[in-house]
Design a protein around this ligand. Structure first.
Ligand code: SF4
Ligand code: SF4
Length: 206
């Protein structure tokens, strides 16, 4: 869940149509039309990636007249399916996967069960990945994968580059090699398994 207070505003005089903003937007809310960037105000999640990366300082972040709340109602979907997706992705449903927006795995799973089929769509619906834009892409891809969805990274975009291996997928020879250097992958796996399989807290909406 995110309360979106900001909106990207393009100074058309300064814009040179380089498309950097288009490539970095995590929700694909910005498009260059006739060599000028155009922001879809409804889609913009106020992350400032475009503002920070525009090489011509043509974008500024302005306060929205009214904040926009983006969230997926977890109780609107069958929670057993939400839980199943999260557990299969080796995530606890109540685990926060996006620290910038304090969004839990269950909300992303609910978004997928409601039809979200790409990281961009999930970000649009939940607001995840519109803070630092770094940490939460991997759990998002893991949840999509266990739902049978393997999205391709956006063509020509720099939003994300694919799923990286998890600790559960490290080959034995690699584990052995790094054990001598002080890595304890099997112990890490035991701990992470305990987190992912822990019981749910008592739910206020149950
Ligand atoms: S990054 Fe800046 S200059 Fe390039 S298209 Fe976007 S607004 Fe225009
Ligand atoms: S979501 Fe972020 S990158 Fe996309 S238009 Fe809004 S502020 Fe720019």
């Amino acid at each position: 869940m995110k309360v979106v207070n900001l909106l990207a505003l393009v100074d058309r005089e300064k814009c040179r149509g380089c498309k950097t903003c288009e490539r970095v937007c995590p929700v694909l809310a910005i498009k260059v039309v006739d060599r000028k960037a155009v922001v879809d105000a409804e889609k913009c999640r106020g992350c400032a990636a475009c503002e920070q990366r525009c090489p011509y300082y043509a974008i500024s972040m302005v306060k929205r007249e009214e904040p926009v709340v983006v969230s997926v109602e977890v109780s609107a979907v069958d929670y057993t399916k939400v839980e199943e997706l999260c557990r299969r992705a080796k995530l606890h449903p109540e685990q926060i996967i996006c620290y910038c927006t304090a969004t839990r795995a269950e909300e992303v799973a609910a978004a997928i069960l409601q039809g979200a089929s790409s990281p961009e769509d999930i970000s649009l619906r939940t607001g995840v990945r519109t803070g630092c834009k770094v940490e939460c892409i991997q759990p998002i891809l893991r949840l999509l994968e266990v739902a049978g969805i393997k999205p391709e990274p956006p063509k020509g975009g720099w939003q994300w580059y694919g799923r990286t291996p998890t600790v559960w997928e490290i080959p034995d020879e690699v584990k052995k090699k790094y054990a001598r250097r002080g890595f304890y992958f099997d112990e890490d796996i035991k701990l992470l398994d305990r987190v992912a399989t822990a019981p749910l807290q008592e739910r206020s909406d149950s």
